[in-house]
Write a protein that binds this ligand. Structure first.
Ligand code: G6P
Length: 609
């Protein structure tokens, strides 16, 4: 999703801006640009495609300048093109923008009536034109930005420069993140701390409706009413090294292999031989959890699948009712909230617009409280939640989520155990489940050893147009996640079904051209799944089965292949079985030659609706 980097410094900033944009590439984008103030003029370069394409244009004709703004765009209004790429210029003003301006059409036609000529199809250009109009009326850049944002509906994070005020960048945010980086004798704006971490770890997070005015040696923040406000400086714990790709071919592969470490980090100091440790949800957390009589889980994409697994766990072990819903639906429907229901938002980034909006909407609906399960401590979702449980996956760069998912499952497993314990789950069973969870890093490590065999399986899939994933029980969401991974990065159409539903429709699709990928852990549903697999086999479908080594599954069940995995026990098996499905999607995508880390049309963090 769109990224912003801006700088007010003494040194030439274009190389810093380009480095910042590269650090944000993982978010997904389709064009890039930057503008720098130089000797009273604005110099701009923009290109469709990758940052490096814009960078080569810049390097062919570099320009100096200590004040600048830069952007990676993910198209919403208007196709990806140079003309629609940011920065947009109107008169003396250049501007970059993340978000969507909902009233842009009426603002645009008003501006056209007043004679403004637009050069792009974007909603962003409207803001540049409005700010320019205000400056023409004699306002300063900061006043012009304030006046303009007051007239906007929708979401924005912006950074603006003006030819008339060299050395100054003004930023503003509502519904999209923006922060200030405090350097030595220089200041920066960024939509994500990752963009600035190579320069500074001193970060000021802007609040909703803040307007920031930075120069080399000053930083001022104002509310929408124009009054100064004070925001604290934080030391970010992000490190630039954490985003190096190292020996791996792609970030996604690196992140898949980081899972044993990431899951171990999520468990650290949270679980011991006698169970889940106290206070992992904060001091008042346990008291609040004691009162919970039901849970509503809201999330998007992969995080939604983590929520679906948690439903199986919490209902089985804690006997509490759980509903799981995608955030974009929840926020626009009148959900019934029974008394003492806990609202849970799951989000890797903590900035997904739909999830954040759903959480804000939940405030109105009378929940017992809100819990954020998130990977980014400084994110909006975390800052606005009552309780938080961080997933500690470390930065995830690949757009297709992997270690974020398994660490979400780990955090949700801790929650399920805590609730189960409070609600009287048999003690021996509780301790047995805790032991399984403590072994999860090791079980994932074992699953990763299957990579060579999975590469062979991947070769079977590369010329297929479609694939069907099957699972039962808590492995159904794992099948959903496996199919999402495959479609995201290999562009093969994939669907997932609870295996028992096969006969109610998808069986019609099964023939020799339809590979069927099944997850078959050991457990009470195994026999049922075997019958479902026979139904596929009878129709000539090719079966790829990921089976628990403890499960009794005849090798001749399939026209296809069976790969055996030690699932590590019924409780943690969903997290373990996720790993081979991630590897399968990864290797299919590599063999098909797609852009694995930045698949087409997708963004890492979707900060617009
Ligand atoms: C985007 C990403 C997905 C992610 C989803 C939710 O669609 O491409 O990988 O699962 O957003 O993101 P979140 O940060 O809220 O978990």
């Amino acid at each position: 999703m769109c990224g912003i980097v801006a700088a007010a410094a003494q040194r030439d900033v274009a190389p810093l801006l380009i480095a910042g944009l590269k650090a944000l590439e993982y978010r997904g984008y389709d064009s890039a640009g930057l503008a720098v103030l130089e000797a009273g003029a604005i110099r701009r370069v923009r290109a469709k495609g990758k940052v490096r394409e814009m960078e080569s244009l810049y390097l062919a004709q570099p320009f100096p300048g200590g004040t600048g703004i830069a952007h990676t765009r993910w198209a919403t209004h208007g196709a990806p093109s140079e003309a629609n790429a940011h920065p947009h210029i109107a008169g003396r003003v250049a501007l970059v923008h993340n978000g969507i301006i909902e009233n842009y059409a009426s603002l645009r036609s008003d501006l056209q009536t007043r004679g403004h000529v637009f050069t792009s199809e974007t909603d962003t250009e409207v803001m540049a034109a409005l700010i320019e109009e205000q400056i023409q009326k004699g306002q300063s850049l900061r006043e012009a930005v304030l006046a303009t944002v007051r007239s906007l509906e929708g979401a924005y994070a912006i950074a603006v420069i003006s030819r008339d005020e060299p050395g100054r960048v003004v930023g503003a945010r509502r519904g999209a993140p923006l922060l200030i980086g405090v350097g030595i004798g220089e200041h920066f704006l960024g939509s994500d701390a990752q963009a600035l971490i190579q320069i500074t770890n001193k970060i000021v997070y802007l609040d909703e409706d803040d307007v920031a005015d930075i120069t080399r040696d000053s930083m001022q923040i104002f509310g929408l009413d124009g009054q100064p406000v004070v925001r604290a400086v934080h030391e970010s714990e992000l490190s630039a090294d954490a985003v190096e790709r190292g020996e791996y071919r792609h970030y996604m592969q690196k992140e898949i292999f980081e899972q044993p470490r990431a899951v171990a980090d999520t468990l650290e100091a949270r679980i011991g031989p006698h169970g889940v440790l106290p206070n992992i949800f904060g001091v008042d957390g346990e008291a609040l959890l004691q009162r919970v009589r039901g849970l509503h889980i809201i999330a998007c994409g992969t995080s939604y699948h983590a929520g679906l697994v948690a439903k199986y766990w919490i209902e089985e072990y804690a006997r509490l009712p759980v509903s799981v819903e995608v955030a974009s639906e929840y926020r626009y429907r009148e959900a019934v909230v029974p008394d003492d229901t806990l609202f849970i938002a799951i989000s890797q980034s903590g900035e997904t617009a739909d999830t954040l909006a759903a959480m804000r909407e939940s405030r109105r609906r009378g929940y017992l409280g809100t819990l954020a399960i998130c990977n980014v401590p400084e994110s909006s979702v975390v800052r606005e939640a009552d309780l938080k449980l961080m997933t500690r996956a470390g930065p995830e760069i690949g757009v297709a989520s992997t270690k974020a998912f398994t660490t979400q499952l780990t955090a949700l497993a801790l929650l399920a155990l805590q609730l189960a314990h409070q609600r009287g789950l048999d003690h021996a069973r509780y301790i047995e489940l805790c032991t399984q969870l403590q072994h999860l890093p090791r079980a994932i490590e074992n699953a990763l050893k299957l990579e060579p065999q999975i590469i062979e399986l991947a070769a079977h899939l590369i010329h297929r147009q479609h694939a069907l994933f099957l699972g039962r029980g808590a492995q159904y969401p794992v099948a959903l996640e496996g199919s999402l991974k495959l479609k995201e990065i290999s562009y093969i159409h994939a669907e997932a079904y609870p295996a028992g539903e096969l006969k109610h429709g998808p069986l019609a699709l099964v023939d020799e051209d339809m590979p069927v990928i099944a997850v078959a852990p050991n457990g009470p549903l195994l026999d049922k799944l075997k019958s479902n697999l026979q139904e596929v086999r009878a129709r000539g479908g090719e079966l790829l089965v990921f089976a628990d080594s403890a499960a009794h599954l005849e090798d001749n069940i399939a026209h296809g292949a069976i790969l055996r995995i030690d699932g590590g026990g019924d409780f943690i098996a969903p997290a373990v079985f996720t790993v081979p499905l991630q590897l399968l999607a990864y290797h299919v995508a590599v063999l098909r030659g797609t852009d694995v880390d930045q698949p087409r049309n997708l963004a890492k963090s979707v900060t617009v609706e």
